[in-house]
Design a protein around this ligand. Structure first.
Ligand SMILES: Nc1ncnc2c1ncn2[C@@H]1O[C@H](COP(=O)(O)OP(=O)(O)OP(=O)(O)O)[C@@H](O)[C@H]1O
Ligand SMILES: [Mg+2]
Length: 256
């Protein structure tokens, strides 16, 4: 990938809060004023809705169209691939672009098409300052479908031992895929219920030799907004989750 964009991937076990954290990170990164591309890498579309967007296109549908129509593949030869992928973007009025990956695989192996699309995404990414990727659980499919390189891996766990063990696995997988690129890994413990909960989580993490970059409190409004399908962009600035992630963003310097 051409240099420039800082690729931030949010990963972790299912249900720990990756999408909620991603949406709040987007909101905080926008304060930096840089060019931001958000990649919704969950096949069922996830962070797009949490951000209040309704993407009209997905990369998965585009890919399917290419597989079904050799003519479409030929048409692509006459224009830069990244401009075709740019047509799939949703431009948010809030000042970022969004690419929804959509459905992952049909029947059969289409490695050639996948490889081509990944090349297109990677060249598109070079036009941004920051690329933020919200994954479904695990990150293998991000590597396979979207990007070869990760700069910053935001590993979300909750206070459970299992979720912390998972982030260790995800971190090791990401490192093994990242060739010689340095990987910043930052563990966030989300949905922390209070001081006692935080203390216990820290003890669990210490037992796993896991360094914690930040704690995000259990935030009633995050739960409520998600339950109501309301965008997390409307959380107030003083919501505990926004304040905690604001401090994290300032610390690791991914301000967009
Ligand atoms: N800080 C928080 N405070 C309270 N509830 C939270 C918080 N973060 C996430 N949640 C809740 O946890 C649930 C899972 O959140 P979310 O969808 O963000 O997780 P996920 O890791 O993206 O899940 P998946 O693996 O399905 O993609 C949701 O009900 C959400 O409202
Ligand atoms: Mg999610």
């Amino acid at each position: 990938m051409a240099s420039g964009a800082r690729v931030v991937v949010v990963g972790g076990k299912g249900g720990v809060g990756k999408t909620s954290v991603s949406a709040i990170l987007v909101r905080l990164m926008l304060r930096g004023g840089g060019r931001l591309l958000v990649i919704d890498a969950d096949p069922v579309i996830s962070v797009s809705y949490t951000l209040g967007e309704q993407p009209a296109h997905t990369l998965g549908d585009f890919r399917q169209g290419l597989i079904e129509s050799p003519q479409r593949q030929r048409d692509l030869e006459s224009r830069p691939l990244k401009s075709a992928i740019r047509d799939l973007l949703t431009g948010s009025r809030r000042g970022y672009d969004l690419l929804a990956m959509g459905r992952a695989e049909g029947k059969g192996c289409f490695c050639g098409v996948n490889e081509m699309l990944r090349f297109g995404i990677e060249s598109l990414c070079s036009e941004y300052d920051t690329v933020l990727v919200d994954c479904e659980a695990g990150i293998e499919q991000v590597n396979r479908r979207a990007l070869h390189r990760i700069d910053e891996l935001v590993l979300v766990a909750d206070t459970s031992l299992r979720s912390m063990e998972s982030v260790i696995k995800v971190r090791d997988i990401a490192a093994s895929y990242n060739d010689d690129n340095p990987l910043g890994a930052h563990v966030l413990i989300n949905k922390v219920g209070g001081e006692e909960d935080r203390r216990r989580a820290l003890a669990t993490a210490t037992g796993l030799r896991l360094e914690i970059a930040g704690f995000v409190p259990e935030d009633e409004r995050v739960r409520l907004y998600n339950a109501q399908g309301r965008t997390l962009m409307e959380l107030p600035d003083d919501a505990p989750s926004v304040v905690a992630l604001g401090a994290f963003v300032a610390r690791i310097g991914v301000a967009g």
